[in-house]
Ligand binder design. Structure first.
Ligand code: FES
Length: 266
């Protein structure tokens, strides 16, 4: 079941990324989370122009000839692929090795075949499994992406020209996406280690004491890491479908509140 869910997500995200359709919803700042942070907008904001790559999309907005999603998806993909929770899931689902702690991999398992004849499972100490140790670096990049997602989220509560507020269902769809991704990322084992790792005594100084409190709180989140992993993964698909349907006019984004600054404060 877990293997099917992972395959479904990988196929779905790859197809959507190759489509080069960011699903921008007219009259809003919404964009599919699979394309966020949206590089054409980001580069434009910093005045960076890429002649030859830039093009105007059918809806009139700025895009690239090559899907910008392809340039960003390696970060969330690498983050999830090296995640301790997902490793457990796909080692068991695809490699059937190791099936549990202290249980040797089956001699005929695909993982052993990958490692080579006469090899055995050495944890993450030899190539290619040693690459899993890149996880902490993927965490740093994922944290940066979440920061950019938060900026994208804030824009979703404004009118297109920032002349007032606009709060629709899509604003909350993106809000839920950012909250779930944050819960997943900040319940990560690497973040837990960063907060409380390599400290022998939490009461030795005020800084270590603060780190101890943060580590304790994060440990509560950490127990739900797998759950956050699955929910956040599927919410990305739900949010992408919502943005795609809304961008094509198949569904209309219900607006709870919309007003200009003049109307609000005038
Ligand atoms: S352990 Fe899962 S994201 Fe870090």
């Amino acid at each position: 079941m877990s293997a099917l869910a992972l395959i479904f997500f990988i196929v779905y995200a790859t197809v959507r990324a190759l489509q080069n359709q960011p699903s921008e919803v007219p009259g809003t700042h919404y964009i599919s989370p699979l394309y966020s942070p949206y590089l054409p907008h980001l580069f434009h904001t910093f005045g960076i122009s890429l002649p030859g790559l830039e093009k105007v999309l059918p809806n009139g907005s700025l895009g690239w000839a090559l899907s910008p999603a392809l340039f960003i998806m390696w970060v969330p993909a690498g983050f999830r692929a090296t995640c301790y929770f997902y490793r457990r899931v796909y080692y068991r689902a695809f490699f059937t090795a190791p099936v549990a702690c202290a249980v040797d991999a089956k001699p005929k398992s695909p993982l052993i075949a990958l490692l080579g004849e006469g090899q055995k499972y050495w944890g993450e100490k030899v190539f290619p499994m040693v690459l899993m140790n890149l996880h902490r670096y993927f965490f740093y990049m994922a944290a940066l992406f979440i920061f950019l997602h938060v900026i994208d989220l804030l824009t979703c509560f404004f009118l297109p020209d920032y002349s007032g507020l606009r709060i629709g269902v899509g604003s909350f769809v993106i809000l839920a996406d950012v909250v779930l991704l944050s819960l997943y990322a900040f319940s990560c084992h690497s973040w837990r280690h960063l907060l409380g790792g390599q400290v022998d005594c939490f009461s030795s100084c005020p800084l270590n004491e603060a780190r101890g409190h943060a580590w304790e709180r994060q440990s509560l989140l950490n127990t739900k890491h797998g759950l956050f992993g699955w929910i956040s993964l599927f919410w990305v698909i739900i949010a992408d479908i919502y943005m795609t349907l809304a961008s094509q006019g198949v569904i209309k984004d219900f607006v709870f509140y919309s007003n200009t600054w003049k109307g609000i404060f005038g």
